[in-house]
Design a protein around this ligand. Structure first.
Ligand code: GLP
Length: 239
């Protein structure tokens, strides 16, 4: 595992954006696995800057996002599709037809999951997967569990995740309790995994995930088995 420690959140965002940019420059038609949450926002801001300065071209890039709340439509400002549009896609020259987020409005869970796995498969997998880290070690919405779920699946969010994500909603009761998420297999099959985790509150889980036992109770711990992981953090998280 390669570790880059930025001095603060902004610096970590620049490092993350530089790694994503290198991937796009090396392979202009790459498939990026993208993430939501507050952590990648500074990386996305820097990608937009690189695009605006003429240093990056997204016209051939495809993106496949990790997850989506079940029951939220793309226009809902709490949906992950809305997040991706407003934080990145609306500001760069990516073709939105080439951007994928699970369909939160698909009621048939089996169909939603199969369709998404087919999207991943038909793209030949993911070149670089960006990940944030939940406080309980979740990646995407793969919550602590008795086994590592392989493909895209429907999850019931844990109380800790609902509580953590309540800050984006009017109240905790507004947070959807279910989500569709890419599975561990698709994440692990990405050629490169880029984890971004910042702030004091991520310190403990970073230790557990990367230096503790590999267990589905800490889903991110499976990343220890991946041959090409890059961890970007700040001093508060990496100490
Ligand atoms: C959500 C997302 C995850 C993200 C996590 C951490 O639960 N599904 O993909 O990594 O939040 O969020 P934050 O970056 O805001 O700490």
């Amino acid at each position: 595992m390669k570790i880059y420690c930025g001095k603060d959140y902004e610096h970590a965002g620049r490092i993350t954006a530089n790694i994503l940019s290198a991937q796009i420059i090396m392979k202009p038609d790459c498939v990026l696995g993208l993430a939501t949450g507050s952590t990648p926002i500074s990386a996305y801001e820097n990608l937009i800057r690189h695009y605006e300065s003429g240093d990056l071209d997204f016209s051939l890039v495809h993106s496949i996002n990790l997850d989506e709340y079940r029951g939220l439509d793309p226009e809902n400002d709490q949906s992950y599709r809305y997040f991706m549009n407003t934080h990145l896609f609306d500001h760069i020259n990516i073709d939105k037809k080439n951007t994928f987020v699970p369909d939160g409005m698909e009621k048939d869970a089996e169909k939603a999951c199969q369709d998404y796995d087919e999207i991943i498969r038909s793209h030949g997998g993911i070149d670089l997967q960006l990940l944030g880290l939940g406080h309980n070690g979740h990646i995407g919405f793969n919550e602590p569990s008795d086994s590592f779920a392989k493909g895209t699946h429907l999850v019931t969010l844990t109380e800790s995740t609902v509580t953590a994500n309540a800050r984006f909603f009017a109240s905790a009761s507004d947070v959807p309790k279910e989500a569709y998420t890419m599975g561990i297999r698709s994440i692990m099959q990405a050629k490169i995994i880029l984890v971004m985790a910042c702030g004091e509150s991520k310190k403990e889980i970073i230790k557990k995930a990367f230096y503790g036992p590999i267990t589905p109770q800490v889903p991110a711990s499976v990343l220890q088995l991946h041959p090409n992981v890059i961890l970007v953090g700040d001093e508060a998280a990496l100490g």
